[in-house]
Design a protein around this ligand. Structure first.
Ligand SMILES: [Zn+2]
Ligand SMILES: [Zn+2]
Length: 252
């Protein structure tokens, strides 16, 4: 499974990157399957540097904050009005309210909203088989309904925190993952509100406790020094830990 970081900036786009979006690719049945984890502010532009955006097979949204879902609006336009003809409907997995919220975001009537372009599917309590990918969504703590996503393909596992505080759902998602893509939005020592985001140290502790093989820190807001966050994580986790950078691909 190949991961390409399309956007990794925390909470809003930064000078080096759009907001959250991760492309996962895996060969299956004679072609490359492609899914997106999140499609946040600015990410649709960056995505086009790495692949033909029309070839995405499905989208998995961690939650409905703008920095994780808002570029679905532009993607709706691309798929609906493409001059070569409307593109086939693809699934968009997310919280139960995703169809209504995305219609509101684009100022569309809820019926049909974006339902002719996307098949909105709420997360269930069971793992979902999608082409070569098995995706498990677990609810995590955040001010809105939010999920961490565990994606398995070809015997490898990528765990993605979405936005989360420390919680059992995050621990279960990261358990023995080959690569743990984990947010680290906060700094230790600041008056951080509970159940919102993680510090680098908390990301490191979660990775260590879960036995994750490798840690990739993401969702660092542009107002923080990423090296400080990296140092915090490395102080709690003995494995390989790096900063996610936009445009970089990783073999999971
Ligand atoms: Zn966020
Ligand atoms: Zn959020």
């Amino acid at each position: 499974m190949r991961l390409t970081v399309i956007g990794n900036s925390g909470s809003y786009p930064g000078p080096e990157s759009s907001a959250s979006c991760y492309l996962l690719e895996e060969e299956h049945l004679g072609r490359t399957w492609r899914i997106l984890l999140d499609l946040g502010s600015g990410a649709l532009g960056s995505l086009q540097r790495h692949t033909d955006a029309r070839t995405i097979d499905g989208v998995f949204l961690s939650h409905l904050h703008a920095d994780h879902c808002l570029d679905l609006c532009g993607y709706y336009v691309m798929r609906k009005y493409h001059p070569e003809g409307a593109l086939p409907k693809i699934p968009v997995h997310g919280p139960a309210d995703t169809a209504r919220r995305m219609a509101k975001a684009y100022d569309l009537d809820e019926d049909p909203g974006m339902n002719e372009e996307f098949d909105f599917v709420p997360y269930a309590n069971t793992a979902l088989e999608f082409g070569p990918f098995t995706v498990t969504a677990r609810e995590v703590v955040h001010p809105v309904t939010a999920y961490a996503l565990r994606v398995e393909a070809g015997g490898r596992t990528l765990a993605y925190s979405g936005d989360s505080g420390v919680c059992p759902g995050l621990d279960d998602t990261a358990r023995d993952a080959d690569l743990f893509l984990c947010e680290a939005s906060f700094l230790e020592g600041a008056p951080n509100p509970p159940d919102l985001h993680l510090t680098g140290a908390e990301a490191g502790r979660t990775a260590a406790g879960a036995g994750a093989q490798r840690l990739l820190l993401t969702h660092i807001p542009p107002w923080h020094d990423p090296q400080v966050v990296l140092g915090e994580a490395a102080s709690e986790y003995d494995g390989k830990v790096e900063l996610a950078t936009a445009g970089t691909s990783y073999d999971v």
